[in-house]
Structures are given as structure tokens and as C-alpha cells.
Design a protein around this ligand. Structure first.
Ligand code: URA
Length: 316
């Protein structure tokens, strides 16, 4: 009997584990169970019959009735967890070493574009359907603007400054008497810094890049400066200025804006970011400050400046 009981209880356990709620019990098994119950009532130790008995009460049901097992608990649903969003500030590999082929500016720039698009770290930070962003404009430009990082529009189109801040930057360039295609516009970052967002949802808003992210992307900006070889750089906003001057170079952008610095052998003007001018209160006083910085830039590259241009944004 012991062997039969072992076999029976083993089978019942196996079925329970497999999720079976009810079992039909054979005459023979019911008889065996009855004997077990009777033995128990006579004081014979159950463990003497079976080391790990099933609860006799529930198993000793009348023949032919389906015998309920212990309350059935469905197996826990199996979820395939989504990979967690990358935390801000995760370690990055060492910055890339950028080596470009010999050749003319356009050939070297094209090679650089391929390099950055092939960069595994850049690719890993770009969401599906979005693009890595390198600079845009003329490789013969005398003036190179340097912004912060791509935003929603930029990562969609793969081009810097194509959103609202870009529209204003284009107007600023035109106010200088130039076309957007005559200058060069780059960014400190080649990808849009991620804000953890539930899977499948679009990122809302932007965050400034971390120092590590800037350090990673900086060789690509240096390579653009190397290829284009502009007369001067204009850093737009605190992030670009920090990226080029170093994080400990200044506390408030107001301390360095409107002044000349140097980066990679190039004169560097610091000014406010166009998005600062778009932020309320929108007033001509802020615009005038930026315009004064751009007048200095125009003087330095010997662009003609009319009286009208000199007096832009002086009215209230
Ligand atoms: N702001 C930036 O700094 N860069 C862009 O490309 C767009 C917005």
C-alpha cells in the first residue's frame, strides 16, 4: 500500500504543479485511501504508511466524485520585461579617436559623417526611428555656431537647429547679412539626451547633457572644427560654453557672454542660446545683448555692418 500511496500522491502533486484543478480517482485508489483513513482513526501513524501524506480528508471523497485538490493557484503570468530606460549619468566608454582620411574638406566631412553614424555609443542613445545629428552648413564657413544638443525636431530630421530655436537662429544669421547655408552650425552633442520615458512613449522635453556625454561627443565637434577650419566659433548658451571652456570655467553665463575666449586655436565668442530669447519675457533688451555679441563677430570676420544693423533692437 505504501508504494501505491507514494505513486498516487506523487502523481497528484505532479498534476497540481501542472495546474490541474480536479482529478478522477480510481476505485483502487479510493479503497487505498479509505484504508489509510481507517488506519489513521485506529491510531496508526500516517507517516508510517507514507512519509509525506496528502491531506486524507480531501482525498477520501466518495468514489466517482471529482476530488478537489487544494485551492488552485494559477501560475504567475510570465511577463517579458522591457529593458529599463538607461539611467541618466550611466558610464560611457572613452571618447572616440577620430581619424579622417586625407582629401578635400567635403571628402573629410563625409567620412566624419559616416564615422559618427557608425558609432555604437551614439547609436545606442538614439531611439528607434530617430537620427544621430552632426553639423550642417558650408564646409567653407568662416563662422561656426555651436549649440547644445538635438531636440525632438533635430533628432527626427538628423539636422541641428531645425526647431523653433533654429528658426530664430536662422533669422539672426540673416540679420547679419548672411544665409544659413553660408555658415556652419554644430552641436556639442550628437544625440538627444534621453529622459527616461515609458516604452513606446515619445520623450517630452529635453535635458542638458551630462559632462560625460559632452566629453564623449566632443571629439566629433573638434573634428568638424578641424575640417571646416572656420575663423571663429560662437557658443550658444551655457551648455555649449561649458563644453568648450570646461565645467569649472564659469558659474553664470552672464559672466562670460559677450567676451572672446579661445578653443582649439579658434577665437570663441560666448552668447545666449536662441531658446533663451524665446523664453518669456520676450524683450528687445535680451535680443540686443545677443545682437551686440554678433556685431563683435561680424567685425572680427570683417563683414560689412550698416547703421541700421548697428541699431537693431535698440528701440523698446
Ligand atoms: N538647441 C540646440 O542647442 N541645438 C539644436 O540642434 C537644437 C536646439
Amino acid at each position: 500500500m505504501r508504494t501505491a500511496l507514494h505513486a498516487l500522491t506523487d502523481e497528484l502533486r505532479r498534476l497540481k504543479t501542472a495546474g490541474v484543478k480536479m482529478v478522477a480517482v480510481s476505485d483502487e485508489s479510493v479503497a487505498a485511501l479509505r484504508r489509510l483513513v481507517q488506519a489513521r482513526s485506529r491510531g496508526v501513524s500516517v507517516t508510517a504508511l507514507h512519509d509525506t501524506p496528502e491531506p486524507a480528508e480531501s482525498l477520501a471523497a466518495p468514489r466517482a466524485a471529482a476530488v478537489p485538490l487544494k485551492a488552485y493557484e494559477p501560475p504567475a503570468p510570465v511577463y517579458t520585461p522591457m529593458p529599463p530606460p538607461k539611467p541618466v549619468g550611466e558610464p560611457l566608454p572613452p571618447p572616440p579617436t577620430v581619424t579622417l582620411p586625407a582629401g578635400d574638406k567635403q571628402t573629410r566631412w563625409n567620412a566624419l559623417l559616416e564615422l559618427v553614424r557608425d558609432d555604437a555609443t551614439c547609436k545606442a542613445h538614439v531611439r528607434p526611428g530617430k537620427k544621430i545629428v552632426l553639423g550642417v552648413g558650408s564646409v567653407e564657413a568662416k563662422i561656426m555656431f555651436v549649440g547644445e544638443a538635438p531636440g525632438a525636431e533635430e533628432e527626427l530630421h538628423g539636422e541641428p537647429f531645425v526647431g523653433p530655436a533654429g528658426e530664430l537662429l536662422t533669422k539672426m544669421i540673416q540679420a547679419m547679412g548672411l544665409k544659413r547655408t553660408e555658415i556652419y552650425i554644430g552641436n556639442i552633442m550628437n544625440w538627444r539626451p534621453e529622459i527616461p520615458t515609458p516604452p513606446g512613449e515619445a520623450q517630452v522635453g529635453n535635458r542638458p547633457p551630462t559632462e560625460a556625454e559632452i566629453r564623449y561627443c566632443l571629439p566629433y565637434l573638434r573634428a568638424q572644427i578641424d575640417v571646416v577650419n572656420p575663423d571663429l566659433l560662437v557658443a550658444l548658451g551655457a551648455t555649449a560654453a561649458h563644453g568648450l571652456l570646461g565645467f569649472s570655467a564659469f558659474k553664470a553665463l552672464g559672466d562670460v557672454r559677450g567676451r572672446w575666449f579661445e578653443f582649439g586655436g579658434k577665437a570663441l565668442m560666448i552668447t545666449y542660446h536662441p531658446s533663451y530669447l524665446l523664453r518669456p519675457p520676450i524683450d528687445n533688451r535680451k535680443k540686443r545683448l545677443v545682437w551686440e555679441d554678433l556685431l563683435k563677430v561680424m567685425e572680427r570676420v570683417a563683414l560689412p555692418i550698416s547703421d541700421k544693423q548697428r541699431s537693431f533692437f535698440l528701440d523698446k
